[in-house]
Design a protein around this ligand. Structure first.
Ligand code: SAM
Length: 205
């Protein structure tokens, strides 16, 4: 993690969002050691969604639906498309959404996230949490599928702090290349919460 562990613990301790399905998902993530975005990023996604009122959110790399759940909770109308190439993940996501009674806010897909997402037009929020080496390819392939004032959000862009390594490995190089591309071609900012979250919009300045 990027943030001092004590600060991280403090930030986590502040959260007071009680939701039994969300808590069940968090317990599952802990049991499986599955990398979910966690509460801080989750609430960030929720607030952005509430404020932006998107018609379509597309998630690349949904796992069993934890981040998608936060998007869905933030939707007044509109849909979130959850995509993962593991069917068992998507089946779990379907079950969790059903349990929470929010399955009508979501579309579920199994397959390569970048390829599946190409069927969508006017994506208002594109969320990247798939394999890190595909981030740049995903944005290049999907940039024409975005709405005019779309937001792009990408998780893990500080990659456990490895972005400042003197001899970065292949994955780290791919993340750095993605970050540089995003800062060159979009108005971008990286929030150093958890593992680093990038937020971007089309250039206006
Ligand atoms: C970090 S986890 C996602 C966690 C999820 N966003 C959350 O916070 O709850 C990454 C997921 O992306 C999936 N994945 C990775 N590359 C993918 C691809 N090219 N297409 C579809 N799914 C992919 C993996 O199966 C895994 O479930």
């Amino acid at each position: 993690m990027i943030v001092n562990p004590e600060i991280e613990k403090y930030l986590e301790s502040l959260h007071r969002f009680n939701d039994p399905v969300l808590e069940k998902m968090e317990r599952l993530a802990q049991k499986l050691n599955f990398p979910i975005v966690g509460r801080q990023v989750g609430m960030f996604l929720y607030i952005l969604t509430k404020q932006k009122k998107p018609s379509l959110v597309v998630e690349l790399g949904s796992g069993f639906g934890y981040s998608g759940y936060w998007f869905a909770k933030g939707l007044d109308r509109g849909l979130v498309a959850l995509i993962d190439y593991k069917e068992e993940n998507i089946n779990k996501a379907k079950d969790f959404f059903k349990e929470a009674g929010i399955q009508n806010r979501a579309l579920f897909f199994t397959g390569d996230a970048v390829e599946v997402a190409r069927q969508f037009q006017d994506i208002d929020i594109l969320f990247l949490d798939l394999e890190k080496s595909r981030y740049l390819e995903a944005v290049e392939k999907l940039k024409n599928n975005l709405s005019e004032d779309a937001l792009i959000i990408a998780d893990n862009v500080l990659w456990h702090g490895k972005v400042v390594d003197e001899n970065p490995d292949k994955k780290t190089k791919a993340i750095k290349e993605f970050n540089e591309y995003m800062f060159r071609n979009f108005n971008s900012v990286i929030l150093p919460i958890r593992d680093g979250v990038l937020l971007a919009m089309k250039k206006s300045i």
